[in-house]
Design a protein around this ligand. Structure first.
Ligand SMILES: [Zn+2]
Length: 58
């Protein structure tokens, strides 16, 4: 996994599972501090993550 912003290959990946079973991956770049999430192979924004989490609680 490469950072989409600075292209370095120095990215942390953290797998997360929401209470309803939705699985997302959190990525964070060591170099430029870019953060992003991935849901089912699709990049999603923080707002989308919060929306998924809110739906998971409902
Ligand atoms: Zn970066």
């Amino acid at each position: 996994m490469k950072c989409p912003t600075c292209r370095v290959d120095d990215v942390i990946e953290i797998h997360q599972k929401l209470p309803d079973g939705t699985e997302i991956d959190f990525f964070s770049c060591h170099k430029c501090d870019e953060r992003w999430w991935d849901h089912q192979g699709r990049e999603i924004a923080l707002a989308d993550v919060l929306e998924l989490a809110r739906r998971a609680r409902a």
